[in-house]
Every structure is written in structure tokens, then in C-alpha cells.
Write a protein that binds this ligand. Structure first.
Ligand SMILES: Nc1ncnc2c1ncn2[C@@H]1O[C@H](COP(=O)(O)OP(=O)(O)OP(=O)(O)O)[C@@H](O)[C@H]1O
Ligand SMILES: [Mg+2]
Length: 264
């Protein structure tokens, strides 16, 4: 199963992606978590110690690897010939980080062409790697996306089985999410769950959902606001620092139960 966790900035994408990755792997699924943020921080959220997390070089910033695999240095600009089919089948094993048994992470970096400037070798490598992962890897794939809509860039959206559109329970955030969901559908994403995160009041959250989605055509799942998250983050810890009894672990475990019914 391939899951895309996306949504607007700061809504809790990385937190949800990290928790789900752990919960899937705790249930004996093999999980490959992928970070495609230009400022990657899924490693910390997964609980990799800060000093180790900072040392991870995203694929799109690994100049040596990019040159070795594509035949061109990033930033060499137009006119340089580079391979659009670089070797990528060893990347998980060589450049992935083992978080724990059954859970690995590859920090890809941004695949946003508008941010990286052009169809440069870095993007070519990242996209080739993603295509390989989607085609060949058998793990549950969980992609923590960069904020916004660029993630649905051509040819990737339809590869996902599930889009978790993370949103806050505010009207503004829900309206943006509705737009993202529409876009994702047009691009061929098969199934969407709206994850209404940071809900201080679940009833109010559900009411707001009905205001913006009166057709009720998108299933939703509420994750409550949990102050414990800030406590662990203040200590520099990831989601592994949360207690099993915390509300966020409980709520994301329920989300896992819904998703895993369809997981391959
Ligand atoms: N359910 C929750 N309860 C309380 N705080 C939360 C919850 N979910 C996320 N947060 C907090 O919100 C902040 C943003 O979370 P996170 O980094 O996961 O968002 P994001 O969508 O990945 O952000 P970005 O767009 O920058 O990648 C963090 O400080 C996180 O601890
Ligand atoms: Mg994030």
C-alpha cells in the first residue's frame, strides 16, 4: 500500500506520517517512510536522535551520488546531457536509514520542480527513485510530502492507493483541503481520507467538516489536539517519546485500523 500524507503547511503531516509508520511496523508490516520535504524533518519525528538525523543527506542534495548516477552535477544547467534513467535499485539499502526492525527511512528532499529550478539531475534521480519504489518495493510506503499541491506533480499522484489529506479543523484549513482533494482526484488518486488534526473540540471539528463538505463525499478521521506532543518535542524527541496512552497515539491507531483493512 502506498500512502501519501499531504496538506497545507504546519497541519501535522510529518507527525501523522511518523506515527503511522511506527504503528504499521508495530503491526508487523514492513514500512518504508519517504521524506520529500525541502526542509526534511521526518527523521526527528520518527525518533532518530537529532545529531544522527542532521547528518542525513537528502538524495537531492547528494552531489556525489547525483553525479555518479545521472552523469551530471546539480546546477550544471541546461544543455548538459544527463541520464533520466539512473540506477536507483540499491538506494534504500545504501542510503536508507534503519529506524527499527521493519521500518526504514529514505530522505529524498524536495521533488518540487518549481523549487529546484528545472528538470535538473537531482529531480531526475529523485523521480526515478520514486518510480522504482512504486513499481518494485513491497513495503507499505508512507510519503511525508512538502506542504501544498506541488506533490501531485505529473505522473505521481495516481501511483498512490491512499491520500491522507491532513487539515486543521478550521474553516480556512478545510477549504484549502477541499481544493487539494479536488486536485488529487483529478490527477487520479484513488482514495482519500481527510485527517482533521489538532481538534481541541471534536464536535466543533465535525460541524466544520459538514459546513465545508456538506456532500459528505470524503471520509474523515479526527485526531485530537494533544499537548503531550509539544512536551516530547521540547525534549527533542520524536513520536517514540509519546506514551502509548496519549490521545494522539490512540487516534492515529484508530486511523491505522481503518487503513489497514485495505493494506496489502
Ligand atoms: N494532534 C496534535 N496535537 C498537538 N500538536 C500537534 C498535533 N499534530 C501536530 N502538532 C504540532 O504541530 C506542529 C506542526 O506539526 P508537523 O511538523 O507534523 O506539521 P507539518 O504539516 O509536517 O508541517 P510542515 O508543513 O512544516 O512540513 C508541531 O509542533 C507538532 O508537534
Ligand atoms: Mg512536515
Amino acid at each position: 500500500m502506498k500512502i501519501l500524507v499531504a496538506g497545507k503547511g504546519g497541519v501535522g503531516k510529518t507527525t501523522i506520517a511518523a506515527l503511522l509508520s511506527h504503528i504499521f511496523s508495530n503491526h508487523n508490516y514492513k514500512v518504508l517512510a519517504l521524506d520529500t520535504d525541502s526542509v526534511p524533518n521526518l527523521a526527528q519525528s520518527l525518533g532518530i536522535p537529532i545529531d544522527k538525523a542532521f547528518k542525513i543527506t537528502p538524495l537531492t542534495k547528494n552531489v556525489k551520488l547525483i553525479e555518479e548516477r545521472t552523469g551530471a552535477k546539480p546546477g550544471e544547467g541546461w544543455g548538459v546531457l544527463f541520464s533520466l534513467t539512473p540506477k536507483v535499485d540499491d538506494i534504500v539499502e545504501k542510503y536508507g536509514v534503519k529506524v527499527k526492525e521493519n521500518l526504514s527511512l529514505v530522505v529524498i528532499g524536495s521533488i518540487d520542480v518549481s523549487k529546484e529550478g528545472c528538470l535538473c539531475p537531482a529531480i531526475a534521480l529523485a523521480k526515478a527513485f520514486l518510480r522504482h519504489v512504486f513499481l518494485k518495493r513491497k513495503e507499505v510506503i508512507i510519503v511525508d510530502a512538502e506542504a501544498g499541491a506541488e506533490v501531485f506533480g505529473r505522473g505521481l499522484a495516481e501511483k498512490f492507493d491512499l491520500f491522507l489529506c491532513v487539515t486543521e479543523p478550521t474553516i480556512k484549513s478545510l477549504i484549502i483541503s477541499k481544493k487539494l482533494i479536488k486536485m488529487a482526484k483529478e490527477l487520479g488518486i484513488k482514495k482519500t481520507i481527510l485527517v482533521i488534526n489538532k481538534a481541541a473540540n471534536t464536535l466543533e471539528a465535525a460541524k466544520n467538516y459538514l459546513k465545508i463538505f456538506p456532500e459528505r463525499n470524503v471520509p474523515y478521521h479526527i485526531v485530537r489536539f494533544d499537548p503531550a506532543l509539544q512536551e516530547v518535542e521540547m525534549k527533542g524527541l520524536g513520536v517514540t517519546g509519546l506514551s502509548e496512552n496519549s490521545t494522539i497515539v490512540h487516534d492515529v491507531s484508530l486511523l491505522f485500523s481503518k487503513i489497514s483493512k485495505h493494506a496489502k
